[in-house]
Ligand binder design. Structure first.
Ligand code: GAP
Length: 436
């Protein structure tokens, strides 16, 4: 994990937020390549949800919803972690994670393990961030930053059903920021205070729920394999009955073998009719489907695949990170799948003179109209290759003396290190074929 964190900082993918003020716990900023990687992950998700199927529609609901949303969803009463305070070191700990946490005074021990530790009784602490609407804090002005994107989907179920002219089974998908007041150490971007979720609520006739649950369990696992993650480091883990959330009759996690061990990448839950029933009861609106063929009226059941953008990125980065040796020199390389690589091809003039930059820029202009490309003429060619290897660029094109004589360029492959001499006119086709 340390090597991945260091690489992310060195190459400006992901780094601690508010660093000039000493940082803020479990909060990170995404730099240029991090933004591109994130965008590629989200695009791949939308592609799988919308472009490759016709039974899911998109939504972008508000982050701040009516506060009664969270009463109905159960978050106000139950979205809590048990916390204990240590009166000796003044730190606060998750009561159910003491064995994994470090004592505030003696980090080699766990909280409560030394004679000096003085832990309070555990008390429940709600994870939702509160804020207020309007300039003064008064009764009724308290609102919450959403802790999941899912509830916005349930609130818009009726509207979507009407305008999208869908009938179950159909889904509503959304990507957006969620917020949780996590106090457990985050392990880089694994657990952060604000994070992007990719959630889809799939509404189905009740008797079809078990079949669709099985379908989405497998489909979501397969998606990570398609992004290039090693199948051996992925698994599906079914929750035991005592692990299930209050709304769920069955949940499975797609887990990845992170450096911190097997941990949740995505959850797939059978939420039954819990959410629509709750919101119908609290709002007074009927949230049901009337089937004109059977003349039946029913509350659809919901299968929910809920993924995190940050956790997907972390899995991709850990999986792709590699170190090898080229000509006796150590190389760090991100073997990212081309679909998610921030830059697909780098264009590098061998020299900063003799017409190399001019021809290289022409080639770059052409390539970037097709794929994400980067032009780099700064420094020794070996160093420029290393820089591209570290951000996971699958291909590099080098322009040299021969290019000006016979119109060929060198096409270098990040993984095999093969350097093929190819006519510049074939580059667009070669690059497109390699990265799509
Ligand atoms: N709507 C269901 C739901 O929110 P969840 O398991 O709490 O379920 C879904 O969250 C996904 O969101 C997780 O699998 C994880 O990828 C991501 N996630 C949850 N909390 C997170 C946090 N504090 N930081 C980063 N990602 C988080």
């Amino acid at each position: 994990m340390d090597a991945v964190v260091a690489l992310c900082k060195r190459r400006g993918l992901i780094f601690p937020a508010s660093e000039i003020y000493g940082g803020i716990a479990n909060t990170y900023d995404y730099g240029h390549y991090g933004v591109l990687l994130k965008k590629n992950v989200v695009d791949a998700w939308w592609k799988a949800m919308i472009q490759e199927r016709d039974d899911v529609v998109a939504l972008d609901s508000a982050i701040i919803q009516h506060p009664r949303t969270w009463e109905a969803s159960g978050h106000l009463a139950g979205f809590t972690d048990p916390l204990v305070d240590c009166k000796t070191c003044g730190q606060r700990f998750r009561a159910d994670h003491l064995q994994e946490l470090a004592c505030g005074r003696k980090p080699s021990k766990h909280p409560g393990e030394t004679d000096e530790c003085d832990l309070t009784e555990a008390r429940e602490f709600n994870l939702m961030f509160e804020t207020t609407i309007g300039p003064v804090q008064e009764a009724g002005s308290t609102v919450y930053l959403r802790p999941e994107t899912a509830q916005g989907i349930f609130l818009d179920f009726k509207t979507t059903l009407q305008y999208a002219r869908r009938k179950p089974p159909f889904g509503i998908a959304q990507v957006g920021k969620s917020f949780r007041n996590e106090i457990t150490p985050g392990n880089f971007i694994f657990r952060t205070l604000e994070f992007e979720q990719m959630e889809m609520e799939f509404f189905v006739p009740p008797d079809e729920a078990p079949r669709w649950y099985d379908y989405w369990r497998q489909a979501r696992l397969d998606w990570y394999v398609r992004l290039g993650i090693d199948r051996e480091r992925l698994r599906l883990r079914d929750h035991d009955a005592d692990e299930l959330s209050h709304y769920s009759s069955a949940t499975a996690d797609v887990e990845y073998l992170y450096p911190i061990g097997w941990s949740e990448l995505e959850g797939i839950a059978n939420r039954g009719d819990f959410d629509l029933t709750q919101h119908a009861n609290h709002s007074g609106e009927k949230l049901e489907y009337f089937d004109p063929n059977t003349k039946e009226r029913y509350i659809p059941h919901v299968i929910e695949p809920a993924a995190g953008v940050g956790r997907t990125m972390l899995a991709l980065l850990c999986d792709a990170y590699d170190e090898d040796e080229i000509g006796g020199e150590r190389r760090t390389v991100l073997r990212l799948h081309p679909t998610v690589a921030p830059v697909k091809v780098a264009v590098l003039p061998l020299l900063r003179k003799d017409g190399h930059p001019e021809r290289a820029r022409e080639i770059y202009e052409e390539l970037r109209s097709h794929v994400s490309a980067e032009y780099d003429e700064g420094g020794h060619i070996g160093k420029r290759y290393r820089r591209q290897d570290e951000i996971g660029t699958p291909l590099a094109v080098t322009i040299d003396h021969q290019t000006l004589e016979d119109g060929t360029v060198t096409l270098r492959d990040r993984d095999t290190l093969a350097q093929d001499r190819v006519p510049a006119g074939e580059l667009v086709a070669r690059v497109n074929a390699a990265v799509r």
